[in-house]
Design a protein around this ligand. Structure first.
Ligand SMILES: NC(=O)c1ccc[n+]([C@@H]2O[C@H](COP(=O)([O-])OP(=O)(O)OC[C@H]3O[C@@H](n4cnc5c(N)ncnc54)[C@H](OP(=O)(O)O)[C@@H]3O)[C@@H](O)[C@H]2O)c1
Length: 313
């Protein structure tokens, strides 16, 4: 089986490529840059084939898919800067990447009979209430431009392919990019007090763990909508930060212990408005994974531990 991965220079694409390599599955990485040399960490991405593909360029997408002829595409490329996406002058570009770019891939997959997996987000919902979102829920009501364009991407995939995987994830952290854990480790080191939002609830997703699940899924024909985050229950960003600092202190980094750092829970309102509206309820119900025989991701606290091992090594 040959799999083309988009967004390989990002957090998730990087780990998906490595996972394919570990499993001996033929992978071809792609991203917008002319060339990609991978992380300077000796990981497999550096040694696997790479092809430049701007997903907004339909002719280029058609040409790459026709020459690579993958059996499946795991589509991880996206505009992911949520606040920047709100800027009037950026919105066309965000839509071009997340909606039109995904449509280009869906159409090219349909033309060559390849499977497609689209990575999406809980931001396609309105984030109200406390009930976990079900994967087959159709009550789309995005709160911001990023969520709206990711929803348009989902729609393009569903309209252009008879069979597809749409996997919604949330609160992503991986080695190859910026994320909440990296930010907390950085700011925690030189602050003695921090405020963190405690009324947005969800569960983090470690790209290393998610990559394994996506590779398990793509070789099956158990198509459909899925939710996938780490296990371990629903938490707030405050809970997430406290656990990161606890683990850092446990490793002997004094700057993060309770004597050196006070973390105060605050509401989204108290914290101050961000440009993009954020959902309060990012709870994603993942029971469909088990129902379909897939192994869920490990506990998020264990994921934080393994991520810090990776980050600090
Ligand atoms: N990060 C999160 O918290 C989160 C949460 C929920 C869902 N997701 C979804 O999960 C997926 C993976 O996210 P991630 O965090 O790994 O993203 P990421 O680190 O931002 O990586 C995305 C990659 O896509 C590339 N890209 C952008 N425009 C492109 C284009 N026109 N053609 C080809 N490649 C292009 C980016 O390149 P440049 O950097 O050069 O633009 C980047 O390398 C995305 O679909 C995202 O929407 C992410």
């Amino acid at each position: 089986m040959k799999i083309l991965v988009t967004g390989v220079a990002g957090q998730l694409g990087h780990d998906v490529m490595n996972e394919l390599n570990l499993r001996g599955i033929e992978g071809v990485g792609s991203d917008i840059a002319e060339a990609y040399s991978g992380l300077d960490d000796g990981t497999a991405v550096t040694t696997m084939p790479y092809v430049k593909m701007d997903i907004t360029d339909k002719a280029e997408v058609d040409s790459v898919l026709n020459s690579v002829r993958p059996d499946a595409v795991i589509h991880c490329a996206a505009w992911t800067a949520v606040d920047l996406a709100e800027d009037e002058d950026k919105q066309d570009k965000v839509r071009l990447i997340n909606a039109a770019g995904s449509e280009n891939i869906a159409k090219a997959c349909a033309a060559i009979g390849a499977k497609m997996m689209y990575i999406s987000t809980d931001y396609v919902f309105d984030g109200q209430g406390e009930e976990p979102w079900q994967p087959d829920c159709k009550a789309y009501a995005p709160l911001n431009v990023y969520g709206q364009t990711k929803y348009e991407g989902e729609k393009a995939v569903a309209e252009n392919l008879p069979n597809f995987f749409i996997v919604r994830i949330a609160w992503v952290f991986g080695k190859n990019g910026n994320n909440f854990i990296k930010t907390m480790v950085k700011v925690g080191e030189n602050h003695d007090a921090l405020k963190v939002v405690n009324n947005q609830i969800g569960t983090p997703t470690y790209t290393l763990d998610l990559a394994k699940l996506l590779c398990d899924m793509i070789v099956t024909d158990k198509y459909g909508y899925y939710h996938a985050t780490n296990e371990g229950g629903y938490i707030s960003w405050y809970d997430f930060a406290v656990e990161i600092f606890r683990q850092m202190a446990e490793r002997g980094y004094e700057a993060y212990d309770d004597k050196h750092l006070t973390v105060t829970p605050v509401t989204t309102e108290e914290y101050g408005l961000s440009k993009a509206k954020r959902p309060f309820n990012s709870r994603l119900d993942k029971s469909k994974l088990r129902e379909n025989g897939f192994t869920p991701l490990p506990d998020w606290k264990d994921a934080v531990k393994r991520y810090l091992d990776e980050l600090l090594s």
